[in-house]
Design a protein around this ligand. Structure first.
Ligand code: NI
Length: 199
């Protein structure tokens, strides 16, 4: 299941929709456990696996570890070329508070839901409370598409997949048909939001 890499980190197998691990709410981890070598190595693997799969984010339970840890990072991502960049962020025991009731429709995909995308309503402004990988407190706001990315990742830790939130099943499409029929419209709709929030 594990493949060693040059750096000593490992790329882990990603669970696909239907695997029960994706439906179990993940458990909080204690500060001591977070500091352990095992969990720190796990976080390295989470990041390496996310980068290898070109995900914008990855939650621990997607790689079969039901603990409340997720990662997000966007650097000119070819899977999501319209997404503003997100510096590498590790969230431990994250909580999301809704800052504004305003929502936008986000065309989402997921490494655990191969070759499917769909339109999901997300809040445009959230407050994120969590610990970072060193146990330092994170308390910040996220907006726009970046807020959508964090809502998607924290949903994973609650056992929720984006397909659960798709309100109109006729928006479901493969990645190829997204490119052919839905991408231009979506990118033009979303560009105002990206311009407004810059994230
Ligand atoms: Ni996902």
């Amino acid at each position: 299941m594990r493949r060693a890499s040059v750096s000593g980190m490992a790329i882990r197998k990603i669970a696909s929709i239907g695997h029960p691990v994706l439906r179990e709410p993940a458990r909080d981890i204690a500060p001591d456990e977070l500091k352990s070598r095992e969990v720190q190595r796990f976080i390295d693997d989470l990041v390496e696996t996310m980068r290898d799969a070109r995900g914008a984010g990855l939650a621990a339970n997607q790689i079969h570890e039901p603990i409340r840890v997720c990662a997000a990072e966007v650097r000119e991502n070819p899977r999501y070329p319209y997404k503003p960049n997100i510096p590498l962020t590790i969230l431990v025991n994250p909580k999301i508070e809704i800052v504004s009731e305003r929502t936008f429709d986000n065309y989402e995909g997921c490494l655990s839901v191969p070759n499917l995308r769909g339109l999901v309503p997300r809040y445009t402004e959230i407050r994120l409370s969590a610990l970072d990988r060193n146990g330092e407190v994170i308390d910040r706001r996220a907006r726009g598409l970046t807020a959508g990315t964090f809502q998607h990742e924290v949903d994973h830790l609650d056992g929720v997949l984006f397909v659960d939130r798709v309100q109109d099943p006729t928006t479901l499409c493969t990645w190829t048909e997204f490119e052919r029929f839905h991408k231009d419209g979506f990118v033009s709709r979303i560009s105002e939001l990206v311009a407004e929030f810059g994230e």
